[in-house]
Design a protein around this ligand. Structure first.
Ligand SMILES: Cc1ncc(COP(=O)(O)O)c(C=O)c1O
Length: 416
């Protein structure tokens, strides 16, 4: 078997007679492609900061990290770590219960209130996972007979939430107001919810809210936005792309994660109080799963405080982003439609080359994650880089040099 001829999309269905027995071809493929697979699931020996040691491709390696979503550089901020430590001492390890029954602490309530004020919304509810929050909020609102109208590039958490709800799922062409208009016209008379992302996670481009909101306003359709990658990054106050485009009044439900700019874990939904009160009882990943550990909540509160008092963080992130993107473009790298700190390095359809280059970069000391089909289209395999406020110019220059010596060199040799 030539593993490069197959992808994860080929092993979804199985001929076995028992669901606990995955397709044997999958194991054979994994074995044949062990060399590529060894790049996946790397283990960091320290925090997700710009220089870290990782165990990857069978050995330990010191690397420049362009893969972690530590956008504001908070993953190892001394005040954040101290806040978590103090809460760990006071509250212990786990919340030991679902938020509905016993899992909330005064810290959780404080974070709900502070985030609601920060987001300019009536209420906030916290989830122990970003994925669970988006999936659970959508499944908690949509019902059979409703129509979920999703941008074609929405994250799996939105797709899964809409599927779980049994609402009809309709996809409109990415960022295309005419296609959205068409979907809304065809679903006239139904309860509809339009689902968008602020920054699209695989491409790093931004929702065209001015054009899209004109359409949703005209159709009087409600909007759910996933600000996972845009929270703290976009908007003067850091509320995301909706704030950036002054479109917050057009959006009924804001969703964000704590795993990216907040450098923690978990997610939240910010909306009107009546909806949040309802979702607390009808969004199963909230009511039927343990609350966030208090030490994590304390860390998140500290990140919010630091972000609100230090306006240099967002500025530094954008300076780094603009520098990195302009250098890549200058080197002739295809960064697709990215306009944000999420910067794909698109190499095309050659799967073998994707993993070869990933190995080469890893050996040279650059930690970049490969993104393969079906996460991205077959002809647009890529590396996805995440620029942070914590990267120094030296970090970025060293990373750029490695990219030039590996990716750019190879693509030039191939005449691309
Ligand atoms: C756009 C988007 N939404 C939601 C999520 C899920 O967030 P989390 O990783 O915090 O569960 C992700 C994760 O990468 C994402 O990229």
């Amino acid at each position: 078997m030539n593993p490069a001829e197959y992808s994860l999309a080929d092993f979804f269905y199985s001929d076995t007679d028992d669901p606990t027995r995955p397709p044997p071809e999958f194991a054979a493929w994994r074995e044949a492609g062990a060399w590529a697979m060894s790049l996946m699931e790397p283990a960091l020996h320290g925090p997700a900061v710009p220089r870290v040691e990782i165990h990857r491709a069978g050995h330990d390696q010191k690397v420049i990290n362009l893969s972690s979503y530590n956008y504001m550089g908070m993953a190892h901020h001394p005040e954040v770590v101290e806040a978590a430590k103090m809460a760990l001492e006071k509250y212990g390890v786990g919340a030991c219960g679902s938020p509905l029954l016993s899992g909330l602490s005064d810290l959780h309530r404080e974070l709900e209130e502070k985030l609601a004020a920060f987001m300019g919304r009536e209420a906030v509810m916290l989830y122990n996972s970003g994925f669970g929050a988006a999936m659970g909020a959508l499944a908690g609102m949509l019902r059979k007979g409703d129509v979920a109208i999703l941008d074609a590039k929405c994250h799996l958490c939105a797709l899964d939430g809409a599927a779980l709800s049994k609402a009809k799922r309709v996809f409109f062409d990415h960022n295309d107001p005419a296609s959205l208009d068409d979907a809304l016209t065809k679903s006239e008379g139904k309860r509809r919810l339009v689902v968008l992302e602020g920054v699209y996670s695989m491409d790093g481009d931004v929702a065209d809210l001015p054009a899209l909101m004109e359409v949703t306003r005209r159709h009087k359709a409600s909007v759910f936005i996933d600000e996972a990658h845009s929270l703290l990054v976009y908007g003067k106050k850091g509320r995301g792309v909706a704030e950036h485009f002054n479109a917050e009044n057009d959006i009924a439900v804001m969703f964000g994660t704590f795993s990216k700019s907040f450098a923690g874990v978990g997610g939240f939904v910010a909306a009107k109080k009546d909806l949040v009160d309802y979702l607390r009882y009808y969004s199963n990943p909230y009511g039927f799963s343990c609350a966030l550990p208090p030490s994590v909540v304390a860390a998140l509160l500290k990140v919010l405080e630091i972000f609100q008092r230090d306006d240099s963080l967002q500025k530094r992130l954008w300076e780094n982003t603009e520098y990195f993107r302009s250098q890549l473009i200058g080197m002739g790298v295809n960064i697709g439609e990215s306009t944000s700190q999420v910067v794909p390095i698109v190499i095309g359809a050659d799967r073998l080359m994707l993993y070869q280059l990933c190995h080469e970069m890893n050996e040279r000391g650059l930690f970049l994650a490969p993104v393969d089909y079906p996460s991205v289209p077959e002809g647009q395999l890529r590396f996805r880089s995440a620029v942070t406020a914590a990267h120094t110019r030296q970090d970025l220059d060293d990373a750029l040099q490695i990219i030039e010596d590996t990716v750019v060199k190879r693509l030039k040799e191939q005449g691309a």
